[in-house]
Design a protein around this ligand. Structure first.
Ligand code: KIV
Length: 290
């Protein structure tokens, strides 16, 4: 187990003020959380992308608070040192400030999260303000916001035109003024990200928005070839775990079929004197094991 210190908000801001990059990944389960904590990942997002990566939905929209809390609890158990962010799922904050505060509070109370994230710009400023006023650190999310993919015309780069980019730049300031401690920029052109980063007094994290931000986020499943449907351009693949697992599964199928698995080191025996008593009670089995 790592002996690193638990990441806190002052520690994140210290990195930010020293111009050190903040390292962020998504995570949805206990064993992966353990590895990410060991590897030194600092900020972990239990994203509602789990609807696609873990639950096989076509989008993030069907994800519920119950799904999110269950996965966030598992991640917290595996990664006690990281700054853990619970992602507010669809329609758990859009309807009212009150629903936003109550659902944000669930991440803190039930899953020991350190913060929450919500999607949207100026139209979500009052939700952001309410959550922050309730004492909950909140991260904003601008650019491609998957919960609004239908309204945004699909999963595509946002802010390519000056007018749309200006709106995103303004939204970043509005969220900062509403109390966001950080903003995630997803699929925004690099030079737009640079303008936002230079104007901000809080860490800006990039997902496919270039190197000018104060930190980087990747979707864990994209990094290791674990999402079979597609691989977005912004995802660097660090290893093909999907292929390793698939090869292992095929080998298992072959070995069980050929009866070469299991070998003696994979199962348990019984002492002769105990076995002899069983033979007396039940008779000798027809087929003796090798
Ligand atoms: O749900 C998620 O993982 C996210 C990322 C795409 C930023 O919100």
């Amino acid at each position: 187990m790592t002996d690193r210190k638990k990441m806190t908000l002052p520690m994140l801001f210290e990195k930010y003020h020293h111009d050190e990059q903040i390292i962020m990944l998504t995570c949805y389960d206990y064993p992966t959380a353990y590895l990410q904590d060991e590897a030194g990942i600092e900020m972990v997002l239990v994203g509602d992308s789990l609807g696609m990566t873990m639950l096989g939905y076509e989008s993030t929209l069907p994800v519920t608070m119950t799904d999110m809390i269950r996965h966030a609890q598992a991640v917290r158990r595996g990664a006690p040192h990281v700054w853990l962010i619970g992602d507010m799922p669809y329609m758990t904050y859009q309807a009212s400030v009150e629903s936003a505060i109550l659902n944000a509070g669930r991440f803190m109370a039930e899953a020991s999260c350190d913060a929450i994230k919500l999607e949207g710009g100026r139209e979500m400023a009052d939700r952001m303000e309410g959550i922050v006023r309730a004492g909950i650190p909140a991260m904003g999310h601008l650019g491609l916001t998957p919960q609004s993919a239908s309204a945004l015309g699909g999963f595509r780069v946002q802010g390519k035109g000056a007018a749309q980019a200006a709106r995103i730049i303004e939204d970043a300031k509005i969220l900062e003024e509403a109390g966001a401690y950080s903003i995630l920029l997803e699929m925004v052109p690099d030079r737009v990200c640079q303008i936002i980063t230079e104007r901000a007094n809080i860490p800006i994290i990039s997902l496919g928005s270039g190197p000018q931000a104060n930190g980087q986020l990747l979707i864990y499943h994209d990094m290791f070839g674990l999402y079979p449907r597609f691989k977005p351009k912004m995802a660097k693949v660090y290893g093909d775990a999907g292929e390793v697992i698939l090869n292992g599964l095929k080998q298992y199928v072959a070995e069980v079929t050929e009866k070469t698995f299991p070998q003696p080191e994979h199962y348990f025996g019984i002492k002769d004197e105990e076995y002899d008593q069983l033979v007396e009670m039940f008779g000798k089995p027809r087929q003796t094991s090798s």
